[in-house]
Design a protein around this ligand. Structure first.
Ligand code: SF4
Length: 167
């Protein structure tokens, strides 16, 4: 047995913390506690193995720069939440799924294949951000560069319909 493996209590402690952080930022964890604990346990296993919390549903390389896009929460979470109601793993879900109004179906992988990932491992991320539309929260002025505004403003919790295209 590997004495370095995280305990079930460690997984539960991380689940509790992530849930608090998620709710305070307008996100929601999957209400299936057993399933969610298995994912937070997987995050801790990866943290012990690689030194960072690589997505528990994807194969990490162990190279932090190459895996940066799949460090949880991954670059693809918000788009998957908007399109599918949940992230690829199902750790984060929409409010409707959290409340049991709908159920989470299988979420397709949107991460490009390795050969198609154009960003060099240590390339600055600013250039990539500038190629994206910028959205402004009309309530608090929060700015973000992404394909679509977030479902909920992480600062003031205004909903996505309160965002406008900026500049
Ligand atoms: S798919 Fe979900 S669990 Fe996996 S890294 Fe992205 S946000 Fe985290």
């Amino acid at each position: 047995m590997n004495a370095g493996l995280p305990s079930a209590a460690d997984g539960e402690a991380l689940r509790t913390r992530l849930e608090l952080e998620a709710e305070s930022a307008g996100y929601h964890l999957n209400p299936d506690l057993e399933f969610t604990r298995s994912l937070t346990h997987g995050l801790l296993v990866n943290e012990g193995r690689y030194g960072y919390r690589a997505c528990p549903c994807r194969l990490a390389t162990g190279d932090a720069a190459r895996d940066r896009d799949i460090v949880c929460p991954c670059d693809y979470r918000d788009a998957d939440l908007l399109d599918w109601g949940g992230c690829f793993c199902g750790l984060y879900v929409s409010a409707d799924i959290q409340e049991g109004k709908t159920s989470l179906a299988s979420v397709p992988e949107r991460r490009p294949p390795a050969a198609e990932r154009t960003m060099a491992p240590d390339a600055p991320r600013l250039g990539r951000a500038l190629s994206l539309p910028v959205w402004r929260c009309r309530v608090c002025g929060y700015l973000c560069a992404r394909q679509r505004p977030p479902a909920v403003c992480p600062i003031c919790k205004a909903t996505s319909d309160r965002f406008e295209a900026f500049a």
